[in-house]
Design a protein around this ligand. Structure first.
Ligand SMILES: CC(C)(COP(=O)(O)OP(=O)(O)OC[C@H]1O[C@@H](n2cnc3c(N)ncnc32)[C@H](O)[C@@H]1OP(=O)(O)O)[C@@H](O)C(=O)NCCC(=O)NCCS
Length: 183
């Protein structure tokens, strides 16, 4: 799929453009750093998660797309970054649902679309994510979605924080992976 719109359930998906970057940054900020949703990093990190230039930079990165997920009124409700990592591996990052709309099934729907997108677009057989430790509630959410912890830990990028600071110095990423089956 290229930039064409796709519907999945009640949601509409399209590849985001730089004009969407300000809205997407605000959504990511509120989901990761706000306190309205059921899972947040607000107790661990007091930064902007990403700035608008960072969002645009992802859009310009080869083999990478940012998805804009809207409801049936066209309003932004979720977003994510997808990247092709190798011949059979795709990566999911910057995955956020509007905190006012969380815990209603949007995350599940977006993930199902993401898996289909990665299989169809890149022939991916596996989908990888990095979950900031310690976020056991989020790790378990991904387990219920069919992911497993690989046991791999990656360093937290303390030197890349956007306009702010970390509130603890022992963070890292737990790498999780889902088998997407045959393409
Ligand atoms: C993680 C996220 C994308 C999920 O989206 P969502 O729309 O809330 O997800 P869903 O509505 O599909 O699922 C909600 C789940 O949370 C569970 N949940 C709700 N409140 C909870 C709580 N207080 N503690 C633990 N789980 C809770 C529900 O039981 C449901 O789980 P189930 O689907 O297995 O039954 C969204 O919460 C988010 O944007 N979080 C902040 C950003 C983030 O951490 N992104 C992921 C980084 S790897």
């Amino acid at each position: 799929m290229a930039a064409a719109d796709t519907s999945y359930g009640s949601l509409r998906f399209r590849v985001a453009t730089p004009d969407d970057a300000t809205q997407i940054q605000a959504l990511v900020q509120s989901a990761y750093r706000g306190r309205q949703g059921w899972t947040t990093e607000a107790d661990m990190l007091a930064d902007n998660r990403i700035d608008v230039e960072g969002v645009v930079g992802k859009m310009a990165t080869p083999d990478t797309v940012v998805l804009f997920v809207a409801d049936d009124t066209g309003a932004l409700v979720a977003c994510c970054e997808l990247a092709k990592r190798s011949a059979d591996l795709a990566y999911l990052g910057m995955f956020a649902v509007d905190p006012r709309r969380q815990a209603g099934g949007i995350g599940r729907e977006v993930l199902a679309h993401v898996e289909a997108y990665c299989r169809r677009t890149w022939g991916a057989r596996r989908l990888e994510i990095g979950v900031t430790w310690p976020r056991p509630e989020l790790f378990e959410w991904y387990v219920r979605r069919g992911f497993r912890g690989t046991g791999e830990k990656r360093p937290f990028p303390y030197d890349e924080l956007a306009s702010g600071e970390a509130l603890r110095d022992d963070l890292y990423f737990d790498i999780m992976e889902k088998d997407l089956g045959a393409a």
